[in-house]
Design a protein around this ligand. Structure first.
Ligand code: E4P
Length: 217
């Protein structure tokens, strides 16, 4: 399973990219809003940091508007790694069909059922993003959705990649990997939590203390 970072914060992106653990970035309007900066400037900056898929979302709700926005983004950002995030609606599916025909990569977002994932894949989506944390929030088991989509895509040899999204904990990331998600898009704090284990810290302390007792000439 590949790891993307789910943020629009360029400092966080730079840090996890330098750690060598991520190979893509997902943003959304809420993450962009948090940064208080111009959308295009932020996405352009991200493209200078990470050489991998970078998702930027449209905000139009009609097919024509989504396609227009996507084409403008492609033109303005002018980077091979740009992926257009499209919301999972009938109009969104129409936009995915048109963008796919034009060779523009798409990430269908806000997927909450296997039926939605199947339709998005059939419309030509490069990626689908099932939101597991938000399902957990409303009392459904998000991980079951990942399992279902993995199973369906496997049976039918669908090459759309599954991005496990709305990840809240390291356990979400590990379970998504066990279920066979191709990618997990993980917030920066969760990636940092994943680096930690108390026994690692205790081990380092012990090695350093023991090292002090080694005779030095
Ligand atoms: C995915 O691409 C979304 O940006 C993201 O994972 C949403 O997560 P949230 O439910 O924590 O907002």
């Amino acid at each position: 399973m590949k790891i993307f970072v789910d943020t629009a914060n360029v400092d966080y992106i730079r840090e996890v990219n330098d750690m060598g653990v991520i190979c893509g970035v997902t943003t959304n309007p809420s993450l962009i809003a948090k940064e208080g900066k111009n959308f295009i400037d932020v996405v352009k900056e991200i493209t200078t940091i990470v050489d991998g898929p970078i998702s930027a979302e449209v905000i139009s709700l009609d097919t024509e508007g989504m396609v227009k926005e996507a084409e403008e983004l492609v033109k303005t950002i002018n980077n091979k790694n740009l992926v257009i995030k499209i919301p999972m609606t009938p109009a969104g599916l129409g936009a995915v069909k048109q963008l796919t025909a034009k060779g523009i990569k798409t990430n269908v977002t806000l997927i909450f059922s296997a039926a939605q994932a199947l339709l998005a894949a059939r419309a030509g989506a490069t990626y689908v993003s099932p939101f597991l944390g938000r399902l957990d929030d409303v009392g459904q088991t998000g991980m079951t959705l990942i399992e279902e989509i993995v199973e369906i895509f496997d049976i039918h040899a669908i090459d759309t990649e599954i991005i496990a999204a709305s990840i809240r904990t390291p356990i979400h990331a590990i379970e998504a990997a066990r279920c066979g998600a191709h990618i997990a898009t993980i917030p920066y704090p969760v990636i940092m939590q994943m680096t930690k284990h108390p026994l690692t810290d205790i081990g380092i302390d012990r090695f350093l203390k023991d090292w002090e007792t080694v005779p030095k000439d």
